[in-house]
Ligand binder design. Structure first.
Ligand code: HEC
Length: 152
């Protein structure tokens, strides 16, 4: 029993040390892939909501609740991948991100606040308020992409 316990602790230690190293040494190409994957997941879970305010997509309260909860976490993820070390790696990020990091971070914080707002009211049953909050998120994606993403 004790040996098992020790082995478990040891393997946990080794695993966490490896994870730490991977994090510290993440290659620029890996960071770029990960931030793009983060954006793709954000797109995946925002997509079904984006047409709801205009009525292009039917309003479904349960989908809003689920996707808003996912987005609340996802909206925090891509940003630590936009480091100086990635500025010469090929991607759809415009170079302005790295000369205007403060402004870029400001936009990412604003985006997170719009997502947090939706998550907070998603269970309220206030359809008009929820649609308005979805609209604000959509504007925030477009606003950042206009300044900092190569036009797809
Ligand atoms: C603060 C800035 C910012 C916000 C907010 C933002 N994006 Fe992005 N997004 C970017 C940048 C920069 C890229 C280019 C990433 C790269 O290639 O390095 C990108 C890329 C993408 C991509 C392409 C990913 C790929 O496959 O390369 C998708 C899809 C996307 N964003 C969706 C969204 C959606 C949907 C929202 C809002 C719900 C959003 N983004 C909000 C900055 C932002």
């Amino acid at each position: 029993m004790k040996i098992n316990h020790l082995l478990f602790s040891l393997s946990f230690l080794i695993l966490s040390t490896q994870a730490g190293l991977v994090f510290a040494q993440a290659k620029p190409e890996v960071l770029v892939k990960q931030r793009q994957a983060g954006m793709q997941m954000i797109g995946k879970y925002f997509g079904p909501l984006s047409g709801m305010p205009s009525g292009k997509a039917p309003y479904k309260a349960d989908v809003v609740i689920r996707n808003a909860a996912f987005l609340e976490m996802l909206s925090k993820m891509p940003w630590d991948g936009f480091t100086e070390a990635t500025k010469d790696t090929k991607s759809s990020t415009l170079p302005a991100v790295f000369t205007e990091m403060n402004k870029f971070e400001e936009k990412s914080r604003h985006f997170q606040s719009t997502v947090d707002k939706l998550a907070k009211i998603s269970k309220s049953g206030d359809e008009a308020g929820i649609k308005a909050a979805i609209g604000e998120i959509g504007k925030s994606c477009a606003d950042c992409h206009d300044s900092y993403r190569v036009k797809p």
